[in-house]
Design a protein. Sequence first.
Length: 175
Amino acid sequence: MATHSTVPLPLRITQAIGLTSSSLMTGTALSISFLFTPILLQSPSGVLLRQWASLYGTMKTVAQVNTAITSASFFYLAYKIHNREISGWLAGYVAAGVLNVAIVPYTLIVMRGTNGKLLRKEEEVRGLGKMDNAVDITVEGETVHQLVDWWAVLHLGRCLMLGTGLGLGLWSVLN
């Protein structure tokens, strides 16, 4: 069994990259749900839509890049150790990589409806120039506030996947 002192430097660097990027994404995702969204929900509907759309656009790019880095790191580590007698590490790295990639289909399948409603309404309201109004805007019978609140609940699913992936990656490094 390999000890940490016998793990080659390139693999230790890859471990550090995977854990760092996984930690950053997990922390960011949790911050969005528990810190940023409650503050957003205090805004008038038009402002809320604009801020949510801005957050969505920014995080879409950040999450794609971070997911690629994190998953590639964990999959590379699994590949490099697959022929050693350390199957627990292999399973942990593979699972960590899969859980990080899983946020993409989760977003496309589970969150697509809510994301679409919010993005369409933001575009419509922006086109009318009513982004700073205090009137509660509805989308298909739901208020913007209800939709953003529901989006944050759905977002917790991504937080769970990212946090579990981080835990498995950390376990694989420390085990």
